[in-house]
Design a protein around this ligand. Structure first.
Ligand SMILES: NC(=O)C1=CN([C@@H]2O[C@H](COP(=O)(O)OP(=O)(O)OC[C@H]3O[C@@H](n4cnc5c(N)ncnc54)[C@H](OP(=O)(O)O)[C@@H]3O)[C@@H](O)[C@H]2O)[C@H](O)CC1
Length: 226
């Protein structure tokens, strides 16, 4: 029974990532998709997800109904998966799927030959900023940034990693080396000017930046601190 549930959970792992993030951060920058809704119903029908606290529902800005997991439920699902899968594997799946949902939702297509984004109108996306915390949730963000860049090298992706210096684990060192290989800049502070495509180019200021919140997952404790 546990193996079957485990397989279902793994298959939809990344969608859980979205769900738990949404439940923990009311101001999450993530948007939902049909995939997430489908995954949520699968989660809730799995024996692993039947925790003492029942799941709740919420609506996104586009009025899609989604199921939310509590911090405890999300951690429990990871505990079950960690009996069989490594952190690297789960992180890779979570980050890849975040990248896929962002690309699909925002219909990102990269730049045309003339160094402009295709469909360069007011709704186009100029930059993707992934803000990463010091834990595994931040690791998911590092993976998502890499995949977005690999989907299309012309995507303007950057990582903000405020506690970069305190991250000692070999896993994070590898993830950072991979970002370096892919030419994704990693900074510890976000300077507002980084959000502009070109200094002094007023036209480009109107365009959008996607901010992916990968700061805190289910191990978040108390009020947010530096
Ligand atoms: N099986 C797994 O573990 C996997 C989890 N995944 C994702 O990772 C998160 C859970 O990861 P975890 O490392 O346990 O923790 P977090 O990323 O949520 O954050 C822990 C760090 O955050 C700091 N922290 C905690 N509370 C606060 C706060 N209020 N303000 C600022 N900083 C905070 C904490 O810092 P300390 O100073 O207390 O050490 C930790 O460093 C899970 O949600 C999944 O998204 C992966 O997908 C892979 C598998």
């Amino acid at each position: 029974m546990r193996t079957t549930a485990s397989r279902t959970l793994l298959h939809h792992y990344s969608s859980r990532h979205f769900l738990s993030t949404l439940s923990q951060n009311n101001n999450s920058s993530y948007h939902t998709s049909q995939n997430i809704r489908r995954a949520s119903s699968l989660f809730m029908s799995s024996s692993v997800a039947t925790a003492s606290c029942p799941p709740s529902t919420a609506f996104t800005s586009s009025h899609e109904e989604i199921t939310l997991l509590t911090q405890q439920q999300a951690a429990h699902i990871d505990d079950v998966l960690m009996e069989t899968f490594s952190t690297d594997q789960l992180m890779e799946l979570a980050g890849l799927s975040v990248a896929q949902v962002v690309q699909t939702h925002y219909q990102l297509s990269g730049r045309g030959d003339d160094d402009r984004l295709e469909n360069d109108d007011e709704g186009s996306v100029q930059k993707i900023v992934v803000v990463c915390g010091p834990g595994n949730n931040g690791g998911d963000g590092l993976v998502a940034a890499r995949h977005l860049k690999m989907f299309n090298p012309t995507f303007n992706v950057m990582v903000v990693y405020p506690r970069l210096a305190s991250v000692e684990k070999p896993l994070y060192k590898r993830l950072l080396a991979q970002l370096n290989m892919c030419d994704v800049p990693v900074v510890t502070e976000l300077d507002e000017r980084m959000l502009l495509e070109r200094d002094g180019d007023v036209r480009r200021r109107r365009h959008n930046t996607i901010v992916i919140d990968a700061m805190l997952g289910y191990s978040s404790r108390g009020a947010v601190r530096e």
